[in-house]
Design a protein around this ligand. Sequence first.
Ligand code: HEM
Ligand code: HEM
Length: 127
Amino acid sequence: MNGLARVCWITAPIFAVLGMAFGLFMAASGDHTLAPAHGHLNLLGWVTIALYGTFYTLVPHAAESRLAKLQVLLAVAGVVLIVPGIAMAILGKGEGLAKVGSLIILGGMLLFVIVAVRASGRAAARA
Ligand code: HEM
Ligand code: HEM
């Protein structure tokens, strides 16, 4: 497994453990106020980054570029910012962090489009 896929396969399950613990805590306390923060920790942290990891495992040459490394960095940093940001927004403590986090996550996904299109171009040229 290449280094970038490894980063994804280590961070995604960490986010999953945190997200599930968050869910269990909500279920046990009966307080679901922060459910959107829990949902997006699991969906952006576990599901989305595991999908990036799957892609970089299946298409290892796509993981070699600096753009790909920046792509994963933005995806991980975005989760770290957006989850507390959503909680702050729900609790009425400001939306700034959620906005910054969501733009970083969007930036990461836009870079992924470029990485995936370039990789498919290289694969087509080889065929
Ligand atoms: C141990 C595992 C988990 C537990 C105990 C748990 C628990 C919960 C609870 C108590 C809620 C609030 C439900 C409500 O208020 O109606 C919730 C909402 C949600 N959960 Fe989980 N969850 C778990 C795992 C996951 C995973 C793995 C995902 C996604 C991959 C996920 C996605 C969501 C979403 C999208 C919502 C709705 C968020 C919203 O209302 O905006 N959960 N979960
Ligand atoms: C930059 C990325 C994202 C932003 C800014 C965002 C924003 C939002 C917002 C504002 C809501 C409404 C929350 C509420 O009503 O309390 C929401 C709900 C939701 N989002 Fe996201 N989202 C993002 C990414 C995603 C992704 C990647 C997924 C799935 C893989 C997802 C799945 C959901 C689900 C399942 C709900 C709950 C819908 C419901 O219960 O009605 N989101 N999101």
